[in-house]
Design a protein around this ligand. Structure first.
Ligand code: NDP
Ligand code: 8X3
Length: 249
């Protein structure tokens, strides 16, 4: 039986990934700040689920929680670095600096801290798979994407550079790069509780669901051990490209 560690398990993609992996027979460690939600999930999922409560921005808390996890949960086969957020959609000159720092601390520093903790264990047993949740925002710039897109570009390049460092090992690394996805709290958080504004993002469009992303994560890990999907970019069929903007005089 495989053991997965999924960050950001309290909602959205992370919650769907936990459910899908549990249904597929994995044991799952789910993390997040909202302990009550994790306790509810623990009651729902039973002993195949281990909740760990910590803020991924807090390096000491990460180390403490992961070091103290029960012995039967020590060996991780699949790490899903999913916890993350966007804050604001203002242009760079109007953006809030603390929002930028929070995105960097969560999407970059939190992700690398978890990876730095778990990776040596995987190298020691020469097996494991790290699946990072990036974004199309890491490849395609858009107005107001500034630091959020920058953090996801980091996640993409970090994923590829991990592959380089892991040459000759059996450890796999994949970066999932979703586009417009609904059914999560992403936009509610981006727009700081303005739920009407958040709802408009998903109006009259068939978006990609958390279950779609969870199925992709499972599929990536179910590939034969010699197959590593480096990057996978996922958009709803309804989302596509536009011409570059030109400011005319
Ligand atoms: P949600 O807001 O629904 O879920 C985010 C999860 O991250 C929550 O479980 C939250 O847990 C956790 N999290 C956020 N900050 C912290 C923190 N400081 N410490 C610990 N956990 C934290 O969003 P999504 O499911 O949509 O997003 C998941 C990932 O997918 C993110 O990395 C996002 O950037 C990415 N993504 C989302 C897309 C979308 O359109 N929805 C598209 C492309 C990528 P808690 O609040 O309990 O701490
Ligand atoms: C979330 C997708 O396009 O809002 O990463 O940046 S987008």
């Amino acid at each position: 039986m495989k053991t997965a560690l999924v960050t950001g398990a309290t909602s959205g993609f992370g919650l769907a990934i936990c459910k899908t992996l549990l249904q597929a027979g994995y044991r799952v460690i789910g993390t997040g700040r909202r302990g009550e939600r994790l306790e509810e999930l623990s009651a729902q999922f039973g002993e195949q689920f281990l909740p760990l409560v910590f803020d991924i921005q807090d390096i000491n808390a990460i180390e403490k929680q992961l070091t103290n996890r029960p012995s039967q949960w020590q060996s991780i086969d699949l790490l899903v670095n999913n916890a993350g957020l966007a804050l604001g959609l203002e242009s760079a000159d109007k953006a809030n600096l603390n929002d930028w720092f929070t995105m960097i601390d969560t999407n970059i520093k939190g992700l690398v801290a978890i990876t730095h903790f778990i990776l040596p264990e995987m190298v020691a047993k020469n097996s494991g798979h790290i699946i990072n949740i990036g974004s199309i925002a890491g490849s395609y710039p858009y107005p107001g994407g500034n630091v959020y897109g920058g953090t996801k570009a980091f996640v993409k390049q970090f994923s590829l550079n991990l592959r380089a460092d892991l040459a000759g090992t059996a450890i796999r690394v994949s970066n999932v790069e979703p586009g417009l996805c609904g059914g999560t709290e992403f936009s509610n958080i981006r727009f700081k509780g303005d739920n009407d504004k958040a709802a408009k993002v998903y109006e009259n469009v068939q978006y990609v669901s958390p279950e779609d992303i969870a199925n992709i994560v499972l599929w990536l890990n179910q590939q034969p051990p010699h197959v590593n999907i480096n990057r996978i970019e996922v958009m709803p069929t309804a989302q596509t490209f536009s011409p570059l903007a030109v400011a005319r005089e």
